[in-house]
Structure formats: C-alpha cells, structure tokens
Design a protein around this ligand. Structure first.
Ligand code: NAD
Ligand code: DAU
Length: 343
C-alpha cells in the first residue's frame, strides 16, 4: 500500500480516518469526495498543509472522474466511506442513497478492478442486519435491512462480495456500530442533541426513547478499519462495535447532564417509521485481529460534548439554509404535535 484513495474522506468518520492514517503511516492519502451537504473541508483543516494529503472533488458514481483519479494518482488501495448516511433522509428521499451507495460502490469496484488495485476496503454498517431483540449479530447472519439507507448499504455489501467472488478482488468489509465524536454533522442524534441543548431548544426523541444503539467513538472506529484494512482476510466481513449498548433516553439524559441542562428539554415525538429497536454486534472476529475500542462511552461522550461547546465556529455555520429546511421537514410537525400533547 502506498497511495490510498479515501472516498467520503471529507465526512465525519472518513476525515477522522484520514487524520489517523496520516499520523500512523507514511502513505499518500487522496481524499475523493463529492462534498454533498455532509462533506466539509473544515473537517480536514488540520491536515491541509500535509504534503502526503491531496483533495479531489468527485462523485463515486461518475466513472470518468473515478478512472482519471485512480490513474493520475497511481492508486493501489481504495477505502470507501462515501455514502448517503442519514436514515431519516432516506425515508424522506431515497434516490441519492441508491445512486451513491449502490451504483457508486459498483463503479468504484469496477474501476478499481480495471485499474488492478491491490485492496478495496468497504465501510459498512450494523444496520444491514436489521434489529435484534436479544444477543448480537455475527458476520454470517442474514441481512434484513429495514430502512432505505440500510437496504442501500446491504446492496453495496453484496456488490463488494460479488467482485471478490467473481473477480478475485482483495476486498474487506467492516460493519460499524453507531459512531460519535467531533466533526459529526449535526443531524445524527449526538451532535444534534448537543447543539440543540446548547441553545436551550427541545430535543425530539423518537417514540419511547427505549431503542438501543451500540456506541463507538470515532477514533476507535478509524482504528478498527485500519486493522482490518491491513490484516483482514480477502473477501471477509468484520463487525466493529463499541460494546456500549445504551437506550436513547439514557444517552439524551447524559448529554443534558454534561451540559447542565434540564430534562424538560426532552420531547417524545412521533416515531421514525420502521425504527429498528436494538442493534448489537458480536465483534470476536475483529478482536482476534488485535483491535479493541480504547475509549469508554462516558469519557468519550464528555470529550465530544466539550468539543461542540468549544467549536461553535464549526457547527453554527452548518445549521443555516438547507439545514433549516431539513429541520422543518423532519421536526416541525412532530414537535408541534408533541407540544399540543404536553411533550
Ligand atoms: P457522513 O455523512 O458524515 O459523510 C459522508 C461523506 O461522503 C461526505 O463527505 C459526502 O460528501 C461524501 N459523499 C456522499 N456521496 C458521495 C458521492 N456520490 N461521491 C463522493 N463522495 C460522496 O458519513 P459518516 O457518518 O462519516 O459515514 C461514513 C461511512 O461510514 C458511510 O459509508 C456510513 O454508511 C458508514 N457508517 C457510519 C456510521 C455512523 O454512525 N456515522 C456507522 C457505521 C458505518
Ligand atoms: O448503526 C450505525 C448507523 O448509525 C450508521 O450506519 C448511520 O449512518 C448513522 O446515521 C447511525 O444510524 P441511526 O439511525 O442509528 O443514527 P441516528 O443518530 O439518526 O439515530 C440514533 C438513534 O436516535 C435512533 O434510534 C433514532 C434516535 N433519534 C435520532 C434522531 C436524529 C431520535 O430519537 N431523535 C432524533 O432526532
């Protein structure tokens, strides 16, 4: 490995991975990113003067630009983070999820195969398995995705599998759990609730708030991807979870406690359609490669809350314009109804 193309490297986890890889290794990192609403060059400000880093703006579904970038930079490795990632947006408008997550991943695989790259790592999600009431999903379990987002990620996972089986490509896949940390776009629950609470605004908790997610700190996620990229076996899938199962209501209460804000900010609003009740991963396979999360949930969440408190310059400019349009479409009615019912 020498020249790594990191697609979606201007997003939340991708940018953490780029910072991590530049710290750990001597590789050249070429970030390839469309800069959708979620892509943000501010996420890469700390590496912008690093000579081993380069940014290319492009769409993974655009074959010509992908091909040119692979050739011009002698890419030998692709790590694919690029995706539409928000479940609620996939319910409102799934088109881009199919185009990027399914077709875009196929284009990357096909052009990577054509260019003869040595490795293709695909970043996937625990959501492809669906919901599990007890126990934890293994990599061999059936995929039962429940949202358009999850279905599109499952489609991309299957395409990765097909390129390995059909063409013998050296692929690996990680399925990560709910990730949190600095630079996360403030639509996902942690940064959304932290930044709303900082402004004393209501926190719209879906349904009874008793859904369970397994929380993983972003640097631990980046380290897990790195371990599998280097030591994972060709064609294999690895679960990468935080072993931090928490109810949404408890995460919300902890955020409020860390900010010294009252629980009266919580509003139980109309649930997300098809809302998965619980995610949990069995990560034995990744642990056998020598990876384990290094951060405890409570400490990492406290650091994350502190980061948003200190970095208003980063999130205030995001929460304008199109963001407010989305907020209105997703929350205005829900909050109005919750208000009428007394929250
Ligand atoms: P994000 O939404 O913060 O970033 C996505 C990035 O992809 C953005 O920079 C965006 O501009 C870019 N992008 C989108 N469409 C593109 C296209 N067509 N071509 C090129 N770039 C494009 O996402 P994230 O939370 O950092 O997630 C990164 C990856 O990790 C995704 O594949 C996601 O499915 C997966 N994942 C996320 C989580 C999580 O909790 N956030 C957990 C497990 C897996
Ligand atoms: O599990 C991995 C997945 O985690 C990733 O693949 C996705 O890209 C990422 O977005 C995330 O999906 P979730 O749907 O779990 O994340 P989100 O932050 O949207 O929601 C987390 C939980 O909080 C979920 O049960 C829904 C709930 N929630 C979310 C929002 C945005 C609320 O109750 N209110 C909200 O306003």
């Amino acid at each position: 490995m020498k020249n790594i193309m990191v697609t979606g490297g201007a997003g939340f986890i991708g940018s953490a991975f780029v910072r991590y890889m530049l710290r750990q290794y001597d590789y050249n990192i070429i970030v390839f990113d469309k800069l959708t609403y979620a892509g943000n060059l501010d996420n890469l400000l700390t590496v912008q003067d690093e000579p081993r880093y380069k940014f290319v703006r492009g769409d993974i579904a655009d074959r010509e630009t992908v091909r040119r970038t692979l050739e011009a930079n002698a890419i030998d490795t692709i790590v694919n983070f690029a995706a539409e990632t928000h479940v609620d947006r996939s319910i409102l408008d799934p088109d881009a999820f199919l185009k990027t997550n399914v077709f875009g991943t196929y284009v990357l695989l096909d052009e990577g195969h054509r260019a003869g790259i040595a490795r293709f790592h695909h970043v996937s999600t625990d959501e492809v398995y669906g919901s599990i009431p007890v126990g934890a999903f293994k990599e061999t379990d059936t995929l039962e995705p429940n949202s358009p987002y999850a279905a599109s990620k499952a489609g991309s996972d299957m395409m990765v599998r097909a390129y390995h089986v059909t063409h013998g490509m050296h692929t690996t896949t990680t399925r990560g759990s709910n990730t949190f940390g600095p630079y996360q776009y403030p639509e996902k629950i942690a940064p959304f609730f932290i930044t709303e609470a900082l402004d004393d605004r209501p926190l719209p908790l879906y349904g009874d708030g008793m859904q369970v997610r397994d929380w993983l700190y972003v640097d631990d996620h980046a380290a897990g991807i790195d371990r599998v990229l280097h030591d994972g076996l060709p064609g294999e899938v690895y679960n990468v979870g935080g072993d931090n199962e928490r109810h949404n209501i408890d995460v919300t209460r902890l955020i409020l406690k860390l900010l010294s804000k009252p629980e009266s900010l919580i509003r139980h609003v109309e649930d997300r359609p098809g809302h998965d009740r619980r995610y949990a991963l069995d990560c034995t396979k990744a642990h056998r490669l020598g990876w384990k999360p290094q951060h405890t949930f409570e400490e990492a969440l406290a650091e994350t809350v502190e980061w948003y408190r200190r970095n208003e310059w980063w999130w205030r400019k995001i929460k304008t314009g199109a963001y407010l349009e989305y907020y209105k479409a997703q929350y205005a009615q829900r909050l109005a109804k919750a208000g009428a019912a007394g929250g």
